[in-house]
Structures are given as C-alpha cells and as structure tokens.
Write a protein of this length. Structure first.
Length: 400
C-alpha cells in the first residue's frame, strides 16, 4: 500500500514551526519524508485552544478539521485511562498521545541522532517518533522501539509497516526491563522517569560516549529533559536541556492521582505556623520548584484559586506518610501555614527553597545528574554557588 500525504498540511506545519523558531535545522526534509498523519488514528482527541477542553475528532466525519489538528503544533491524545475509556468519551487521564511536533523534533535534535546509529526508544506510542528515527539513521543504522500496551504496540507496528518502516523492530515489552540491543548509540525515552529510578540497563547497554535522553520527574514536578552521556567507567552523567517537556510516566513508575479529599485547609487539628514566603512561585515555576521537588520527591502539590467562599490555598501532600500542609494568605505579606502528620512538608519545602535562593537561584541546567550501579543522585555542584553557602544541599540520592 502506498500512502499519500497532505502536502498542504505538511507545508503548514513546517511554516508554523519555522515561524515559532521550533524547527531545528535540516528537519524540514524529515517532516516531508515522514508525514505525521500516517501515524495518527482516525479517531482521536485534541485541544483546539491551549486551555480548552479535549474534543473528540473523527477523520471520516470531519476530515478538514482532523487534518488541521494533525498538522498543527499540538498534542494529539490517542488513549485515555489505559484504554478503559472509549472514544468519543473524554476520560480522566491521557495515557497515550502524539507529542507536539516541536517537542518531538527538539528531542531528536538534543539526542543528536545520526546516520548509522543504533537507537533504542522507550514508548512507541503512535510510532511516529520511531519512523522519524529510522529515516534519520538510514539503512546502516537500526531502531528498536518498545511499547508496554498491547493494543498501542500492535497499532504502531501496523502503521510502521504500512508507512514503509517494517525494518523498525517494534516490540511489545516493558522498557524498564533488560530488552535493549547490545551497544546502542542512543536511548530515547518518551515517558517520564522518576528520580532515582532510571533503569540501569539503559546505561550498561549504551556504548561509552553514547547518549541517554530521558524526561526526569518527581511527584511534585515533571521535567526536566536530561541529556546523559555514558562514560568509559560505565556510569552516566547529565544536565537538563533547555527543552521543557511534560510526558506521562513510565507505566511501572506511574502513581495514582491524589487530589485533595476531605481535608480542611483550616483544620484545627493541624499545627499552626506562619511564613513570609508566598508559595505560588516556589511551587509552580520550573526552576523555582525543582529544589523543593528534590528535597521532598514523593510530595504532591495542588493550588486552589481564591473564590467567594475561600482564600487561595496552596497544598502539599505526601501519600506515603499521610502528611499534608496548607498555606493561605493572611494579609500584610504573611501566610498561615498548617501542617499535619509526621512530616513537616512546608518546613522542608521552605528550607530547600531558601537554600536555593542563597545559592543565587541557579537554573535547572545547573543541576548535575549521576547514575552509577548502586546510586542515582541529582545535586548542585559546589561551583554552581554564587554567594558563599555552607548550608546543606537538598541532594537526592536514591539506590536502585
């Protein structure tokens, strides 16, 4: 079967990415050779406005609208709730999607994939990224891609074969397990990896000088996208890239959502305190919340907007210990802090944030990641300090 592409749609996407500065050099031909529409199911969900609701689209019923969505720089959701929610119903949690083209191409650029490379991809999804990789590495290279969901894996394999990429080794497998080819040049994960849990087989099977590209996360913060380089000693070190991503977790790392339940932000049983640190920026801005995420990696955050019935509330919650904290404006630049449970979450968060401020507020790119056989750590190196500081770093060191 020979597929045809919507040439106008391809040109529209290229023009959009170029005008936004989101098209790396030499990628125009890649988008032309591997059109996105070949890998998007006929029935999918999309947000047509950035903050709008998900809408169900059917190619047969609305072909022009479907093509316009596919050839835009938008996320296309292809599965909700692990497949338990059937189209056209909008589910609670997206569990598979075609990422924004700017993110897909940005990851290809960060990984520096070249002709002849051996590539291992974790998270096949629709198969589009695997096809792009196969086009870049060419006949002298190879691409192995794994997908843990049997329905998604079968659909992606079928699309790859139909589009002329049958040489891609598309497997039904868990990317956390040791299923890598030997001596790969690049490992690319399209699923979020929790801090301290990067699968060490990814390092073992990557040749010295090879690159592992993985979105790292905690329960409090998704991202950053970290570019690891494997050394001659068999360990990997990395720094965050400038590209910001927000991927779904590896399924084995996925945790259930933990919305604020029946807790009262003004619960009289909680310990009462005060702070002059407004919680909004520390908990919501990427660079600012990362030291907190490292200090309390199992912590979740919720922010309630102010209503007629209540003030704005920032929540910190730790499902492991049942601890929580609420931070509420009192006026005069002072905030009421209530903390409950064995962990004092706001105390730990504020200490980590103050420490980070004393270091000169270094960006995400300043943090250094180290992966060894028995330890995984993320910390600010001593030379990242701007003012002198003898305080303790909120260093995360977690054994596998």
């Amino acid at each position: 079967m020979t597929l045809a592409a919507d040439d106008d749609g391809v040109r529209t996407l290229i023009d959009e990415l170029e005008s936004a500065g989101g098209l790396p050099a030499d990628f125009r031909s890649v988008l032309t050779a591997v059109p996105r529409e070949w890998f998007i199911p006929d029935r999918m969900w999309v947000r047509e406005a950035e903050d709008g609701p998900y809408l169900a689209l059917d190619r047969a019923a609305e072909p022009d609208r479907w093509l316009a969505a596919v050839y835009s720089n938008r996320v296309i959701v292809t599965q909700f709730d692990g497949g338990a929610t059937a189209w056209p119903v909008v589910g609670d949690r997206p569990t598979c999607s075609a990422s924004m083209p700017s993110v897909v191409l940005g990851m290809l650029a960060e990984s520096d994939v070249r002709p002849g490379h051996v590539v291992f991809e974790v998270g096949t999804g629709t198969g589009w990224s695997a096809a792009l990789l196969a086009h870049i590495v060419g006949a002298r290279g190879s691409v192995t891609t794994v997908e843990i969901d049997p329905v998604l894996a079968a659909d992606a394999r079928k699309r790859l074969e139909t589009a002329g990429f049958a040489a891609v080794d598309a497997r039904l497998a868990d990317g956390v397990a040791d299923v890598l080819p030997d001596r790969v040049d690049r490992v690319i994960s399209t699923a979020g990896v929790h801090v301290g849990q990067l699968p060490f087989p990814w390092v073992v099977n990557t040749r010295p000088g090879g690159v592992i590209l993985a979105p790292m996360r905690t329960d409090l913060a998704s991202g950053p996208l970290v570019r690891f380089v494997v050394g001659e000693d068999g360990t990997a070190t990395g720094r965050a890239t400038a590209l910001r991503v927000g991927f779904m977790e590896l399924r084995s790392h996925r945790v259930a959502s933990d919305p604020v339940g029946a807790e009262r932000f003004d619960d009289p049983a909680a310990d009462l305190g005060f702070t002059d640190l407004a919680p909004w920026v520390p908990l919501l801005a990427d660079d600012h919340r990362w030291p907190i995420a490292v200090a309390v990696p199992s912590c979740r955050v919720n922010v309630w907007d102010r209503t007629e019935d209540r003030p704005g509330v920032a929540w910190l919650r730790d499902p492991l210990s049942g601890s929580w904290a609420s931070i509420v404006p009192e006026g005069n630049d002072r905030y009421v802090v209530r903390q409950f449970g064995p962990r004092r979450l706001w105390d730990a968060a504020e200490a980590a944030y103050r420490w980070w401020q004393q270091r000169g507020e270094p960006p995400l790119s300043a943090w250094q990641w180290t992966i060894t056989p028995d330890r995984q750590s993320v910390a600010l190196p001593p030379d990242s300090a701007l003012p002198s500081d003898s305080g303790r770093s909120p260093r995360a060191e977690l054994s596998e």
